[in-house]
Write a protein of this length. Structure first.
Length: 478
């Protein structure tokens, strides 16, 4: 064991500093400062180099964490980058936005009583350094295979697959209905978690590698799915999940009650310098308003923290369970609380008040019951416990379901599960249609960027294997 490691006994866990709170609340820049080389090496050296590294086991990409921590501790950053990028297409993105407390760091078994290694911050540091030093190059293929693969959706699943397939020599065409590449990494996740530049430089690299992007093209509207199938030797569907879950109840249609993604897309577009009439008119802008966000996931956290930065008069988050049972990352809840968000736990909306515009939310207190199938405690309303929260803008952040793809693509043979997600054969990643594969949220339901990357990589490997088999079958038949 090199004496550079195992420093956890003497060296406390140290996350990168957060920026000054007043500055954080008034701009959209990332809130964490960056490690310098010394701090990154010191934090990496806390790792005890476990023989069975549970951090890697619980990383969806099974990143080779102990090895790149050791290389970082030794100052061998170019090698650390090579190792880290071998299993992850976008390590600097995962280092920023993975819920590490539930994945790698939450399973770091450094030693009882000691806090985990700051794996995400080191991962981010390694690749940020690699970009600064010019070590990150486009992955151009050594030879062209002369076969084309079409990918629907330029989110992390589609992009990871595109990079892997292009590196193997395929001609790769990615279609997206948005005008920018990145999926929810551009239009969902706010700048204060993931600055847009970080995503844009990745799309630039993919373009330089030869991936061909076709933006502002919705499959099923601008090009038919059947036509796309005919154009390419194989197709990957990586369209994500976008149908917002609705809130029922009296008054739920009153103006001023808006879906979370409409609100976040407007904020992200404004930050990117676009013209956004619904933001300028005030419909999707929290400035000066009493904002109530309904939901307890990552999307809700992004909405409350965006509203703070837009200059809301007050920001409250209504969630029907308590802090311990919420699906969002606890780190994000803490960040939101620091920034002035008030959480109203164990509260569910029953009705919305107002005529021309929303004036308030009538809510009821909830109590926790027994755990449900997901392991979280169920909830039930407390009698006679109604109360009213004043609101000028209500943001609904209750999660997303898949859009009805078989109908959108006019392809009834595309099988879906009872949740509306695409049914694939788990080993082959193929849908019910021959040569049509699927990956990311459209298969898993709303999930995480790191899982989308994992699925994109796996799907690319299966597409490559399937196309190889098809070629062998053709050769045998000739
Ligand atoms: P997406 O990223 O949704 O990309 C799908 C792409 O397909 C989109 O660009 C869409 O325009 C395109 N598309 C859809 N239909 C068509 C069509 N018919 N024709 C052409 N193009 C089409 N995950 C984390 O790990 N950490 C976080 O902090 C985090 N925060 C989040 C915050 C918010 C507000 C949201 C909504 C999600 C967050 N997530 C987070 C989840 C994460 O963003 C998703 O799990 C991930 O982006 C899924 O990747 P994907 O490639 O499957 O789909
Ligand atoms: Fe942790 Fe995510 Fe990086 Fe894996 S990809 S090591 S889970 S931050
Ligand atoms: Fe190092 Fe923690 Fe992973 Fe063990 S679990 S190898 S201590 S980061």
């Amino acid at each position: 064991m090199p004496d550079r490691m195992l420093k956890f006994v003497h060296l406390a866990q140290q996350m990168p500093n957060k920026r000054d709170l007043a500055a954080r609340r008034s701009d959209f820049n990332e809130i964490y400062e960056r490690f310098d080389r010394k701090a990154a090496a010191a934090q990496a050296s806390r790792c005890s180099q476990c023989g069975v590294p549970f951090c890697s086991v619980h990383c969806p990409l099974h990143n080779n964490i102990p090895d790149w921590l050791k290389l970082t501790a030794e100052g061998r950053l170019e090698e650390a980058y090579a190792l880290s990028s071998a299993t992850n297409n976008f390590p600097e993105i995962c280092g920023r936005i993975c819920p590490q407390d539930r994945l790698c760091e939450g399973n770091c078994v450094i030693e009882k009583g000691y806090e985990s290694v700051t794996i995400g911050a080191v991962e981010r540091f390694i690749t940020d350094t690699a970009f600064a030093e010019g070590w990150v190059a486009p992955r151009r293929p050594a030879h062209e295979l002369g076969l084309s693969v079409g990918i629907i959706g330029a989110g992390p699943a589609g992009l990871a697959a595109a990079e892997e397939l292009r590196a193997r020599g395929y001609t790769v065409h990615v279609y997206d209905r948005h005008d920018r590449i990145g999926g929810l990494m551009i239009y969902g996740i706010p700048n204060f978690k993931l600055e847009k530049e970080i995503v844009l430089r990745r799309s630039q690299l993919l373009t330089e590698a030869g991936v061909q992007f076709h933006t502002n093209i919705a499959i099923g509207r601008d090009i038919s799915f059947a036509e796309l199938r005919a154009r390419h030797a194989a197709l990957l569907i990586a369209t994500g999940v976008y149908q917002p879950r609705e809130i029922a109840g009296p008054g739920s249609g009153i103006p001023g009650i808006v879906p979370a993604l409409d609100y976040l897309i407007a904020a992200n577009r404004k930050g990117l310098g676009d013209d956004v009439p619904a933001f300028d008119s005030g419909d999707l802008n929290a400035a000066g308003k009493r904002v109530v966000v309904i939901g307890g996931g990552d999307t809700a956290m992004d909405c409350v923290r965006t509203a703070v930065r837009q200059g809301a008069r007050s920001v409250q988050c209504l969630y029907r369970r308590d802090r311990a049972n919420m699906p969002g990352s606890l780190r994000e809840v803490k960040n939101a609380e620091e920034e002035g968000v008030e959480f109203v736990w164990l509260s569910a909306p029953e009705a919305f008040l107002g005529d021309e515009r929303v004036r308030g939310v009538r809510a009821v207190r909830m109590r926790l019951g027994l755990p449900d199938a997901s392991g979280r405690q169920s909830v039930e309303p407390v009698e006679e416990s109604h109360f009213t929260v004043p609101a000028d803008l209500v943001i609904k952040a209750l999660g997303f379901d898949p859009e009805p793809l078989p109908a959108m693509f006019d392809e009834p043979g595309l099988e879906v599960t009872r949740h509306g997600t695409l049914r694939i054969s788990p080993r082959a990643f193929m849908t019910s249609l021959s040569g049509v594969f699927a990956a990311g949220d459209i298969v898993r339901g709303a999930s995480l960027v790191v899982w989308a990357i994992r699925d994109g990589r796996d799907a690319a490997a299966r597409i490559h294997a399937w196309l190889g088999q098809q070629a062998s079958l053709r050769e045998a038949a000739e």
